[in-house]
Design a protein around this ligand. Structure first.
Ligand code: DGL
Length: 266
C-alpha cells in the first residue's frame, strides 16, 4: 500500500522529496489541493474541512500511512484526522519539526517562520516548550513567502527582500535566536535567500526532513516498510494539473522528468 501525503500546493513536495530519499522503496501518493491554496490565511474550521476531504480521498485509494505535509493543516486538523481514520498512522510536520527544533537549538532561542494560521494556532510554541520548558519561542507569520515559493521565485531578490523584512531583526544583536524553524513546507524552497539574510550560523530546521525520519521509524516499528524494489510517486491536484506538473518538475528535478498529474474533485 502507498503512503498518502497532502498539502495545499507544491510546498509539500519538499516532504515527498525527503520521503523519496529516506524511503526509496515506498510508493507515495501526493495530493496538492491547488484549487483551494492557500490554507494559511483560512479559518481553522475551513482548514479542518479541507484536510478531512483530502485525507478521505487518499484513504479511499488505500494507504498505510498519512503524512500531513502542511504545517497549517497539521496545526489545526491533526486530532480530527486521527479521529476520522482510527488505525491509520497519521504524522504531522509540526510535531516532527518542533521535536527537531527542541533538540537542535543550543541557546533555546528559537524562531518559527510559518503561515498566519500556524502562528495563530500556537502549536509550535506549545509543542516545543512541552519538550524543552526553558525554550524561548517566537513566531513570524510570513504569508507572502508562500506565493513566492509557488511562483518558483525562492532564490530571487524578491524572496530575499521579503525574508529580510520578516526575519532579519530576530537574528541580529544581543539575544539573537540561533535556530529557525521552516514552519511551512513551502519555505525549504527559499533556503538560499533565507541564508543570505540570517547568515550561516543559525540552525535551520526543515520539518520535511524531520517527518521523513519519523515516518521511516514508524514504518519499521510497525513492520509496514516495503523491503526493496523501486518505489514511485503519483501526483494528484484539485486544479490546473498541467501547471502543477510544470511547477513540480521545475522545483523538484530530483522527482524525475516524466511526472504525470491526475485531476481530482474532492
Ligand atoms: N505549505 C503549507 C504549510 O506548511 C501551506 C501554505 C499555504 O497554503 O498557505 O503551512
Amino acid at each position: 500500500m502507498n503512503i498518502g501525503i497532502f498539502d495545499s500546493g507544491v510546498g509539500g513536495l519538499t516532504v515527498a522529496s525527503a520521503l523519496r530519499r529516506r524511503l526509496p522503496a515506498e510508493t507515495l501518493t501526493y495530493l496538492g489541493d491547488t484549487a483551494r491554496l492557500p490554507y494559511g490565511t483560512k479559518s481553522p474550521e475551513t482548514v479542518v474541512r479541507y484536510a478531512l476531504q483530502a485525507a478521505d480521498y487518499l484513504a479511499a485509494g488505500g494507504i498505510k500511512m498519512l503524512v500531513v505535509a502542511c504545517n497549517t493543516a497539521s496545526a489545526h486538523a491533526l486530532p480530527a484526522l486521527v479521529a476520522r481514520h482510527p488505525g491509520l498512522p497519521v504524522l504531522g510536520v509540526v510535531e516532527a519539526g518542533a521535536a527537531a527544533a527542541a533538540r537542535a537549538s543550543a541557546s533555546g532561542r528559537i524562531v518559527v517562520a510559518a503561515t498566519e494560521g500556524t502562528c495563530r494556532s500556537g502549536r509550535f510554541p506549545a509543542t516545543i516548550t512541552a519538550l524543552r520548558p526553558t525554550a524561548e519561542v517566537s513566531q513570524v507569520a510570513c504569508p507572502l513567502l508562500v506565493a513566492v515559493a509557488e511562483e518558483g521565485l525562492g532564490d530571487s531578490p524578491i524572496a530575499e527582500a521579503m525574508a529580510r523584512s520578516y526575519l532579519a531583526d530576530r537574528f541580529a544583536g544581543h539575544g539573537a535566536a540561533d535556530c529557525l524553524v521552516l514552519g511551512c513546507t513551502h519555505f525549504p524552497l527559499l533556503v538560499p535567500a533565507i541564508r543570505r539574510v540570517i547568515g550561516p550560523r543559525p540552525v535551520l530546521v526543515d520539518c520535511a526532513e524531520a517527518v521523513a525520519e519519523q515516518a521511516a521509524a514508524l514504518l519499521a516499528e510497525r513492520g509496514l516498510a516495503r523491503q526493496g524494489g523501486a518505489g514511485g510517486l503519483a501526483l494528484i491536484a484539485t486544479d490546473s494539473p498541467e501547471r502543477f506538473r510544470r511547477m513540480a518538475a521545475r522545483l523538484f528535478p530530483g522527482l524525475g522528468s516524466n511526472l504525470a498529474v491526475t485531476l481530482a474533485d474532492l
